[in-house]
Every structure is written in C-alpha cells, then in structure tokens.
Design a protein. Structure first.
Length: 449
C-alpha cells in the first residue's frame, strides 16, 4: 500500500494543489493525479477496461437522464453497473482465459461502483449538481480515495474542489501531520505486527482454543490498524492539499452496542448503505404496513437486509454470505433487544439501565466480541470444532470486557500541542524502526474490494 505509486501520487497531489497558478484548476489536478495513480496500480489492459466500462455506463445513463428523462434509466443503470461488477469479479475469473489476460483483480472497482450508483440515484432524484466530463472523471478516479475510500458524495467532492485555499503548507502540515504520523504507525508497526502474530498463531504448537482466540484478535487488529491507518494517511494527504475527506473511523471498539459500532466503523460505507439501501427499503416497507406498531420491526428487517448486502459486497460467495448473515443477524437482534427492553421498562428506565457501568461495559464487550468472531468468516480456512470455538469466544469476550473496564477508568484529556507533536514523533520513529528491522507492511484488505 505504501509503494512508490502511492508516495509519488501523494507528493504530486499536494504540490500541484498548492501551486497558486493551479488554484482554479483543482479538478484537472485531481483527475490527472488520479489517472496516474490508477495507471500505476492497475494490473493490465483488462483492469483498465473494467474501470472504463463502469465509468462509461455511468456517463451514458447520466447523459440519457439529462436529455430524455425516463423512469427506466435508473433500473437499467443499476442493473448494468452491478452486472459489470459481477461479471468482472465472479464470471470472467472462472473462465479458461489466457494467463496474460488478468481478470477479476481490478483495484478500486468496488469504490468506483459505489460512486457510479450514487451518481445515478442522485441524478434520478434531482439531487446532483451539474457535472462536466472532467468533474466526473476526477470524482471516479479521485486519488487518494481510489483504492479503499473513504466514500465521498459528489456534492462534497465538488464543493471541496471549488474551495479556496486559505492556509499555507506549513500550517496544513501542523494540522494534518499528526494524522499522517498515526496512519504511518498503524499501517506499518501495528498492522504488520498483527499480521505476523496471526501467521504465528496458526503455525505454532498452541492448543486449538488458544490458536483460535489469538488468531481472531490478531486478524481484527490487523484489519482495523491497516484500514484505519490507510484512512488516516489519505485524509492527511488530502488535508495537505486543502481537500477535506470524510472521517471513516471513530473508536469503533468503544461503541456501547453493535448498532452504534457500525456508526463508527467504515463510517462512509455505513452512511452510503443507510442512504441508498436502508432508508429506501424501510420506507417501502412502511408504505405497505403503515401500522406504527410494526415500524420498529420493519426497521430491524431493514437492518438485516442492509448488512447482509454489505457482507455480500465484500465478495459473492458462501463465505461472504455467511458473514453478511452474521452482521445482519447481529444488528437486527440488537435493534429487537432495544425495542423489547424499552417496551418492558419504558424509555426512561431503559436509558437509566444503559448508563449503568456494569451494563455499559458488558454491552460494549459483547459488541466488540461479536464483530471479532464474525470476522472469522473472512480468515478461517474451515469452521472450528464446537468446544475450541466456544472456549475461544469466551476468551475473546473476557479480554474485551477487561479492556472496556480499564478504558472507563482512564480519564479523557485533550493533549496539548507539544504532547501531540511528541506522540507523532514517537509514532513515526516506531513505524520506521519496524521497517528498518525487516518488518513488512501487509496489504489493506479493503484494497481488493
């Protein structure tokens, strides 16, 4: 992830966006750097063809909506976009194609798909601002969100691309430097160490339950450190270029329940699914069943559908379908639990219960444990035996419970400017030491979605 294309594109983006002569050409700069980064990371002509086809479908549908509005444009566009995605990821890779014809490994295809779907839905609803070809191109291949987000709506993208730069590069470095330092430490030292620990846990002579528990914790740490660290880096780089990207993580393992967990983990993706899947589906169900007594249960059904589809977005296979079922079951059960307690205790007493330290700690530990165990569908080669699996689950919950208890006892303090600078320096030094001593940077899992 921190290869030469990423570093070169980051430096080029910051320097070009800071040039006074290019202040009115920010869209062109974003398109140019994005195309350069895409060209350097794509694995062949077939990759470029997949991305070009996805963008071409979006452009043709948007153009058709503008010239001859018709209600069929949107379903046709959605079907074509999803069809291209499935064709590229599921159908073509399984055909007996020549070795040189690489299919199904297109970096950034999922995030381009999100952007194309968003454009078509918003255009059909009359919510999209006027776009030039260069705006569309820059938005679809925008570096640094091309590989793994965060997902930015086109309205925010256009606003940022037109925003006047008011700070200097040294001022921006003082503001966003700590974010870059944290991201660097996360993707190098933390993700690298967690990845190494995961590999060791599966090869060392450990009891099955211990190997499962250690592997589950290591994989969760690797995924979080790598993905959150990548997000820190790209948000910091964009900030140096006076371009704001949305937040993507907000201490998810400190969430008080599993529902709120998804308001803190991959925030931009959760918001996207909420806006384009959850809200329309629940609205449609309520229209068919207007009885307000059913509304909470329809909301639970909407959560299940949304998170099941979110699981399938990671990959169309039995493994990812089970992951989606686990996520959907978790959030819908969490919603039904809240509804049941509120009806039994009343809103006021339920709120008082949720504030109790014992309940809050247990709920937080349960949310983190459930997510960590659900991730097993992404890394375990086979389903574990019942006894070791249960013992591993208990061990993970015990550790999450201990972390939740200790975290409540740590007072929250806003660090001073000097403390932030010291922490940033330590993070850069730690990450550099990891690389200097032979440590490796594992790939960000979401880079391949």
């Amino acid at each position: 992830m921190i290869g030469w294309p990423f570093v070169a594109s980051a430096v080029a983006l910051v320097l070009l966006l800071r040039l006074p002569r290019l202040q009115t050409r920010r869209v062109e700069v974003l398109a140019l750097v994005g195309l350069g980064f895409a060209a350097a990371t794509l694995q062949g002509v077939t990759d470029a063809a997949c991305l070009a086809a996805m963008g071409g479908v979006g452009w043709l549908v948007l153009r058709g909506m503008a010239r001859r509005p018709h209600r069929l444009w949107l379903p046709i566009g959605i079907a074509a976009t999803l069809g291209l995605f499935l064709l590229s990821r599921q159908v073509l890779p399984r055909l007996a194609l020549p070795p040189w014809l690489v299919i199904g490994q297109t970096f950034g295809l999922s995030y381009v798909m999100f952007r194309v779907l968003h454009l078509m839905v918003d255009a059909a609803g009359g919510e999209m601002p006027p776009l030039r070809k260069r705006d569309l191109l820059a938005y679809l291949v925008s570096f640094p969100t091309f590989l793994a987000g965060p997902i930015q709506r086109v309205q925010e993208f256009v606003e940022e691309s037109q925003r006047r730069v008011v700070d200097t590069l040294p001022q921006a470095l003082a503001t966003h430097g700590p974010l870059l330092a944290r991201g660097f430490a996360r993707v190098t030292l933390l993700a690298g160490a967690a990845d190494a620990l995961l590999a060791w846990s599966q090869t060392a002579a450990l009891p099955p339950a211990a190997a499962l528990a250690l592997g589950a914790l290591a994989f969760a740490a690797y995924l979080y450190a790598g993905f959150a660290g990548y997000t820190d880096l790209v948000r910091g780089i964009a900030g140096l270029g006076a371009f704001t990207l949305p937040e993507n993580f907000a201490r998810p393992f400190a969430a008080p329940n599993f529902l709120e967990f998804w308001g803190r983990w991959h925030i931009s993706l959760s918001d996207w699914f909420k806006l384009y899947v959850f809200n329309p589906s629940v609205k449609a169900m309520i229209a068919r069943s207007p009885d307000p007594r059913w509304t909470p249960y329809l909301g639970a059904a909407g959560y299940f559908l949304t998170f099941f589809l979110m699981g399938l977005w990671h990959g169309v296979s039995v493994r990812f379908a089970l992951y989606g079922l686990c996520l959907g079951g978790g959030v819908s059960a969490n919603k039904l639990w809240q509804v049941a307690l509120q009806r039994r205790l009343g809103r006021r007493d339920y709120a008082a219960l949720a504030r109790r330290p014992s309940y809050a700690v247990a709920a937080r530990a349960a949310a983190g444990t459930f997510f960590i165990l659900a991730l097993g569908f992404l890394w375990l080669p086979s389903w574990p035996a019942p006894a070791p699996g249960a013992a591993a689950a208990i061990a993970v919950f015990a550790l999450m419970l201990l972390i939740a208890i200790l975290d409540r006892r740590v007072p929250e303090k806003v660090p001073s400017g000097r403390a932030i600078a010291v922490i940033a320096a330590i993070q850069v030094a730690a990450g550099s030491a990891w690389l200097a001593t032979g440590g490796t940077i594992p790939p960000v899992l979401y880079a391949y979605f």
